[in-house]
Design a protein around this ligand. Structure first.
Ligand SMILES: *Cc1c(COP(=O)(O)O)cnc(C)c1O
Length: 430
């Protein structure tokens, strides 16, 4: 498939949005029919400039909207007129973020949500019903697994898991009632890579929706819709903001699929706040520049770790001997971009078992933040077995590859020498 080629970042084939509000919208900042490059889109797409002529994007902190007359109000409700009614449904600041993200992901439309989990819940409510089968990767963000097992199962959705990198396992696990295939690439916390082009063919042959959580790659590295996915999920909380300030999420895809998602968000109140949307809109302006810098730092940190005698394994597809290195190189359109999240396993020492050795490395840092967040300008370090994956059973942890000596690192934008020095404090003194 041509989908496995490197993409030319400057030939985005943007699809026109059809989010139902064009009659009320002056999208005069950027005409997507002109073939703009990714960085131009990131800076300018989707802006709603008011009659005040403000240059920067405004924040619309309003819950409701006024009409010119009783008849005008009625026309907005009976569908004769399109336009804002209530901010649980639509809000100009939220729509600017949605339009900019949709353009960057090369999707027709985006729907913003209150958080990444809100987007995943919306996906479930929009595309699954009782009796359907959800086939997901074993390697997922912990709360996604919790949502699927505890709540989708409760509403009669059958859920099963396979290893995200095992194409045969995916094919063998498809059932007649499989409606959605769900994966992350790169995955959390071991940065494993799914073959999105392959999964797309499998889904098309079996009338299944392919949903890809693009949180770790972002559209700066990878556009799953171009690779054949139907829906992209984002936790905007991570790199789209990029500075760890606010929660948000989004879905991106065709008009038809997004209309279904939109009605779930509107009915269920999973809507994004206008302030958060504004933060994300401004975050998107620098996404590519930040991702380039994150990835460069991550490549150097991975080199340091892989050569350290007290590290047994580094999980990072940027390393040339990683089993998915070639796939990641094809799938990511940013040259040298493999993401900035990696796992590494610390060897036990004479006096410390693997867990104690991993804790020693974490506790020896003086600068890196000990926190479970990721995708931040600040480098963060986590011990998954006792935090993010603590609630899983020992077997589920083993299936996810979360060993006691494993550390997850989200490489930030500090000087890379300082990040390496901070990790070396604990690694050198084991
Ligand atoms: C954080 C995260 C989520 C959930 O997003 P929230 O904004 O925290 O709700 C989903 N998927 C991935 C891969 C994540 O890292």
């Amino acid at each position: 498939m041509s989908q496995s080629q490197n993409h030319d970042e400057n030939s985005l084939n943007q699809k026109k949005s059809n989010d139902g509000l064009d009659s009320n919208w002056r999208n005069d900042a950027l005409d997507l029919d002109l073939d703009y490059g990714m960085q131009t889109i990131a800076v300018r797409a989707g802006q709603h400039r008011t009659d005040e002529g403000e240059h920067s994007e405004a924040i619309f902190t309003t819950s409701s909207y006024v009409y010119t007359s009783a008849a005008d109000a009625a026309a907005h409700f009976n569908g004769e007129k399109t336009g804002n009614v209530y901010s649980r449904h639509t809000n100009p600041s939220v729509r600017t973020f949605e339009r900019r993200l949709a353009a960057l992901e090369n999707g027709a439309r985006a729907v913003a949500t209150a958080s990444g989990m809100g987007a995943i819940l919306t996906m479930c409510l929009a595309y699954l019903k009782s009796g359907d089968h959800l086939l997901a990767a074993n390697q997922l963000f912990g709360s996604s697994i919790g949502l699927f097992n505890n709540y989708m199962a409760k509403f009669g959705v059958e859920v099963s898991y396979v290893d995200c990198f095992d194409n045969d396992a995916w094919a063998n696990a498809v059932q007649p009632n499989t409606k959605v295939i769900y994966c992350e690439s790169p995955s959390n916390p071991l940065a494993q890579i799914c073959d999105i082009g392959y999964l797309s063919q499998l889904c098309k042959a079996n009338d299944i929706l392919l949903v890809v959580d693009n949180c770790f790659a972002t559209p700066a590295l990878q556009r799953p819709l171009d690779l054949g996915a139907d829906v992209v999920i984002h936790s905007a909380t991570k790199y789209l903001d990029g500075q760890g300030r606010v929660l948000g999420g989004a879905l991106v895809g065709s008009d038809e699929l997004m209309q279904e998602a939109f009605t779930v968000v509107r009915s269920g109140g999973i809507s994004m706040s206008p302030f958060n949307a504004w933060v994300f809109t401004k975050g998107l302006e620098t996404l590519k520049l930040r991702m380039q810098a994150h990835c460069q730092n991550a490549n150097q940190v991975a080199e340091f770790l892989v050569n350290h005698p007290n590290v047994s394994t580094v999980h990072f597809s940027g390393l040339s001997d990683h089993p998915a290195h070639e796939l990641a190189t094809r799938q990511h359109h940013m040259k040298g971009g493999y993401g900035a999240i990696m796992g590494f396993e610390v060897k036990p020492s004479a006096s410390l078992d693997s867990k104690a050795a991993a804790w020693h490395v974490i506790d020896s840092t003086r600068m890196v933040s000990i926190t479970n967040n990721l995708g931040d300008a600040k480098t963060t370090i986590t011990h998954p077995a006792t935090t993010t994956h603590f609630r899983l059973t020992a077997e589920a942890r083993a299936e996810a590859g979360v060993k006691d000596g494993l550390i997850r690192l989200s490489v930030g934008l500090e000087d890379v020498d300082d990040i390496i020095k901070d990790l070396a404090r604990g690694l050198d003194s084991l």
